[in-house]
Design a protein. Structure first.
Length: 92
């Protein structure tokens, strides 16, 4: 049976994550309040932030920045793209 959550970003009940995305209080909060769909959207946004800002995952400042942006995206309805971001053009 699929686990359901009341997703705070979507404002509706949706399929929940299979497990907490990482240990600790914040990971548990995401597990309880964020849908699988929104988490997937965040992972895409995180990739854009890493690439556009040339972040290194081992840099503590980069990790803090991503944690702050994650909270804004998931819980504060902040959807702004990085300054200067140009979406890729479809190939076809």
């Amino acid at each position: 049976m699929t686990r359901r959550v009341l997703c705070v970003k979507l404002g509706v009940e949706a399929e929940g994550l299979d497990s907490a995305p990482f240990p600790g209080e914040k990971g548990l909060e995401i597990f309880e309040k964020i849908s699988k769909q929104v988490w997937k959207e965040w992972l895409g946004r995180q990739t854009i932030l890493i690439n556009e800002n040339k972040l290194a995952s081992f840099d503590p400042k980069a990790r803090a920045y991503l944690a702050e942006e994650r909270t804004k995206f998931l819980f504060e309805d902040h959807n702004d793209m990085p300054e200067g971001y140009v979406p890729p053009t479809p190939q076809g």
